[in-house]
Design a binder for this molecule. Structure first.
Ligand SMILES: [Zn+2]
Length: 287
């Protein structure tokens, strides 16, 4: 959580600098997931996106091979292009309401009244079109509410749009079970340790060093349980079925029971009250 705050406070603003003015140019005025940046901007923007993903992975303590999309979903952040679009759209609405300045508002309406200028402008027009396309994801009109409310509505609408992409994303089946919806999330403020938290995040993001995974990448001579079971060692095995971990699992289940929380995959990886106990259990697996 502290790393996430450091990222948001000190690093993310560098990505954002001046982005309202250029983010629509990068995507020819149409920012959607899966679309490549325009050729003149591709190298630079891909480098920026790659750095953004790297920072998110460092926050979670997962390896660079982890799926970018799954990391964003887990962290509860938007992909970089949507994050920058969100800022640009809020800036548009600030201009619309005259909160940027009187001159900017007058410019926006003057551009709107001139078809030729409006069709060629690289900020107001694409921002307007994007807001219009997001309107179905919002219960209220972005234009008719206060700017702080509008900012949240736009962000939620972008998460809803991203969630539509996530539903069709084929990889990371475990993540889909724990996070069926892509939304802004808050990481638990408490963790057992940085190391155990990293193991915890690796487990849910399919990057835990379990034999089933290691065998797949030719880093283990067999895929079976390291405690001698003749079963494939994967997350399901170590969490729910491995007979050699019965005692530890019983202790963990008791913690869940005492807290009146059902012992299932969703609650194991997405419940602030049980996270410390799960991290300790996972730490024991890799000790
Ligand atoms: Zn086993």
């Amino acid at each position: 959580m502290t790393l996430f705050h450091i990222f948001c406070t000190w690093i993310l603003p560098i990505f954002e600098y001046g982005s309202c003015l250029w983010v629509f140019l990068i995507f020819d005025g149409d920012i959607v997931l899966g679309k490549d940046p325009a050729s003149g901007y591709a190298t630079v923007f891909n480098k920026l996106s790659s750095l953004y993903s790297k920072c998110c992975k460092l926050v979670l303590g997962v390896p660079s091979s982890t799926s970018d999309v799954a990391v964003f979903v887990r962290l509860g952040v938007l992909p970089l292009r949507y994050h920058l679009a969100w800022r640009a759209l809020v800036w548009y609405l600030r201009s619309y309401h005259g909160l940027a300045s009187k001159v900017v508002k007058e410019q926006l309406f003057a551009f709107y009244d001139d078809d030729e200028i409006w069709n060629n402008c690289c900020f107001y027009n694409p921002a307007f079109r994007m807001l219009f396309s997001l309107r179905d994801h919002s219960p209220l009109s972005f234009w008719d509410v206060r700017i702080d409310k509008a900012s949240k509505l736009v962000r939620d609408a972008l998460f809803a749009e991203a969630s539509g992409f996530w539903v069709t994303y084929k990889s990371c089946p475990t993540m889909h079970l724990v996070h069926p919806v892509w939304k802004g999330a808050t990481l638990s403020k408490i963790c057992h340790s940085r190391f155990s938290n990293s193991l915890f995040q690796r487990c849910i993001l399919d990057r835990a060093k379990l034999n089933g995974f290691l065998y797949k990448i030719s880093a283990s001579s067999h895929p079976n349980c390291s405690l001698g079971c003749l079963e494939r060692e994967d997350l399901n095995h170590v969490l729910f079925t491995c007979p050699k971990r019965l005692k530890k699992r019983k202790e963990l289940k008791k913690k869940f029971k005492d807290l009146k929380i059902e012992f299932n995959l969703k609650n194991i990886f997405d419940h602030a009250k049980t996270q410390i106990y799960v991290e300790k259990f996972i730490l024991d697996i890799f000790s």
